[in-house]
Design a protein around this ligand. Sequence first.
Ligand SMILES: [Zn+2]
Length: 501
Amino acid sequence: MDDREILNLTSKLQHANVLGTILDLLQWDEQVNLPVASGSRRSEQIALMSKLFHRASTDVAIGERLSSLEGRPEALSANDRTIIRWARRDFDRATRLPSAFVAEKSRLDSEAYHVWRDARERSDFDRFAPFLRRQIEMTRRAAGYVGWGERPYDYCIDCHDPGMTAGEISGLFETLRAGLVPLVREITASPAQPQTDWLHGFPVAEQDAFLRDVVQALGFDFTRGRIDVAVHPFCSGDAADTRLTTRFQEDEPLDSLYSAIHETGHGLYEQGLPMRHLGTPLGKAVGMAVHESQSRLWENQVGRSRQFWQHFESRFRRAFPRQTEGISFDEIHAAVNAVRPTAIRVDADEVTYNLHILVRFDLERRLFSGELDVSELPAEWNRLYRDWVGVVPASDAEGILQDVHWAGGMFGYFPSYCLGNMIAAQLWAAVQRAISDLSQDFTRGHFGRLLGWLRENVHQVGRRYDTRELVQKVTGEEISPAHLLKYLRDRYGSLYLPETR
Ligand SMILES: [Zn+2]
């Protein structure tokens, strides 16, 4: 094999990737630091960088190298094949959409966003409906250009979670719902409801200091990453420079802490990707669901466990002596695991969150199959919320109009959140089989054995496999909702339904 050809390809991919990281940094800065009146300059900077990034990613030389390398598969190593497979996929998706289509889509995204914001403010779904129709139509066209015209919704899913299909997810979600809806009913009917009214008046400076200790203890490397404040928490950057954000309110101390732990989970994945392959598919995350499995595992399986709080309890009390006075360990632990059905997805707890996703997936799937018309959405939304979540939204603003995703034509993105929860529970079961007494580490503030296992089995693997293959390799089974159901029943059963245990 002529090594120069693959090196030439990877250097072009890395060049495009570096431009992408500059774009990320501009967007991070926009969320974290940008002075209020500097927005229009930033828009110009972002537009220019987007153009340069797109130009570099669609460089005809990448296409030529790919064709040449694909013509000699017998000469390729396993790593080369991984790089070529993903580079081909990304290259085709970036080059097959006609530029007139791309321009039309970006105009629609911007217009639909403003209409959605206005419609949500006035709780007026009819105002948003024509734009939602157009977004669905544009998605069908995009799928057609890329070669998925027969299966537009599968195309949407594949964009976020390579290798997954709507049919497969349907089966998984059906089983999950059958177990979850009755569990939530039992929890809400339980007399053992946690007290959360003591969670007020937590000074921001102490919250910040406390969560930094936690993030550091979990293993986040502050020499190549940082944590700042943004309105909506996120993680951006890559293994070389990982940026986390959280947000603070005196009366929501758990929101800042668990947002930070969640983003730390994303950040640990990024920091664990193989640095020597930075900017190539071997140094990239598999997809959204696996990324989300990392954030959820640290946030929930670790961060809401008794053992985690046994270690951090004293530090927490030192930071907030007045606020925690008279509050027992069990009350703290119950409060961080409070389950309360709500109409709003982003306010949902670990258990009911999944039901919010099941509603969105069911509606998206039926919209794309033609079983459901846009005009029927609000009524269907409210019906599913009543039957599955156990809550009826007070208005369309709190119902069908609550999320920004559909305004931007982001279909097939929601399922990743719930798949991430399933994969997290499945990985959690696997790591506990592999390492005995793992949770006991947490009582001593040791998280290194868990992180080491994730590094070896998930992070270092990069994109060598797609979502399904990775889960199968690491856990020995196909993706399944059984582990998530068992984990939720165990944890929340012991808190809410002690008599059934
Ligand atoms: Zn996340």
